[in-house]
Design a protein. Sequence first.
Length: 121
Amino acid sequence: MDRKKIVSSREIGKRIKCRRLELSLTQEMLATMLDVSYQQVQRYESGKDRLNVEKLQVAAKALSVPIWYFFRPSGDEEGSFADDQEKELVCHFRHARREVKELMINFAVMVAHWDKDWQDT
């Protein structure tokens, strides 16, 4: 029997956070749109609290995405990521200024070289 994976509150929260960052919205701004506190937005984004159906529809409208955006299978996202940390890194990278992106790339290259050298010893 082919069982589809159920999308967790944590995954939905990560998608909300990623989309919020894509739109350059703060948690406070999204909270105003959802008529909740910014602390509640933090709990949604971390997956600690679930959004009810009505609030999920409001979030989709506020973030300018269809409701199914929150329920896409993990492999259905742009590109294929190794894990949640890689997805989060890419999400933050996409919103950085060009100069910051260059610094992030240089830092990643240095860390990769350091890690390779450390593993070789």
